[in-house]
Design a protein around this ligand. Structure first.
Ligand code: DC
Length: 230
């Protein structure tokens, strides 16, 4: 395997298994994995805890005003094999995936000031290369020159089934229809957002993993990686 370090941008729809895929690639290559969705979620959590989101209503100005007093950092957690996210030194990894945060994160991620700030941080984190970054706008906005761009997708029904199995395994009582409708709604919100909507970069390679095992996805990736670093 080559020593040349590159930037790997992974974008795509929600519930495609992007983070799992990005995490295993990073482990395989000895790269740093950066989950940019976690950064948008951390801003959302902090905003909710500091009065900028009340009863699910996001006050854009108030969120923007809080950015200056937030310091976001990742620290590698060997037990998880991935980095945990901290805000002002406090570990928030466990709390950013709550339903309250999930319900408001789309609104927070469409605030221009939030995107400017987080994109600048992400560019800084990738400056030494050797990173796998997953999100919605990595190949289009954050690293338009990334050496390898992957756009992940899977049938909406397959994604809803995976999400439904995950939630019911945790004991949540949801209907498949509810989960399916949520997947469709989120796809629509991600693609129609005014700033940095989810879109495939012209030079991205599509990975449709509807009917692929994790091993098949890794074999597919290693092929593309070899070509990108040749
Ligand atoms: O990947 P995720 O579901 O944890 O992302 C959470 C939210 O953040 C999702 O609504 C899309 C948004 N997001 C974004 O706008 N840009 C990114 N680079 C990553 C996530």
């Amino acid at each position: 395997m080559t020593d040349k370090k590159i930037i790997i941008a992974i974008d795509g729809f929600s519930s495609c298994g992007k983070s799992t895929f990005a995490k295993s690639i990073a482990a395989r290559l000895g790269y740093v994995f950066i989950d940019t969705g976690a950064m948008y979620r951390a801003v959302t959590l902090y905003s909710a805890e500091h009065g900028a989101i009340r009863s699910g209503v996001v006050d854009d100005e108030a969120v923007a005003a809080l950015l200056d007093q937030m310091s976001i950092a990742f620290r590698f957690n060997p037990e998880r094999g991935a980095s945990d996210i901290y805000v002002n030194g406090e570990l928030v990894e466990g709390r950013i995936r709550s339903i309250e945060v999930s319900n408001c994160v789309s609104a927070v991620s469409s605030i221009a000031r939030v995107r400017e700030e987080l994109v600048a941080m992400q560019q800084q984190m990738g400056r030494s290369k050797g990173v796998v970054m997953d999100g919605r706008d990595i190949g289009t906005v954050v690293f338009p020159d990334a050496e390898l761009k992957i756009f992940m997708t899977a049938d909406a029904e397959v994604r809803a089934r995976r999400r439904y199995d995950e939630l019911t395994a945790k004991g949540d009582s949801v209907s498949f229809e509810e989960v399916y409708q949520n997947v469709i709604r989120r796809d629509h919100a991600d693609m129609t957002r005014a700033i940095s909507p989810l879109r495939q970069a012209d030079d991205a390679i599509v990975l449709d993993n509807s009917h692929m095992t994790v091993e098949e996805q890794m074999a597919w990736f290693m092929d593309k990686f070899a070509a990108a670093t040749a």
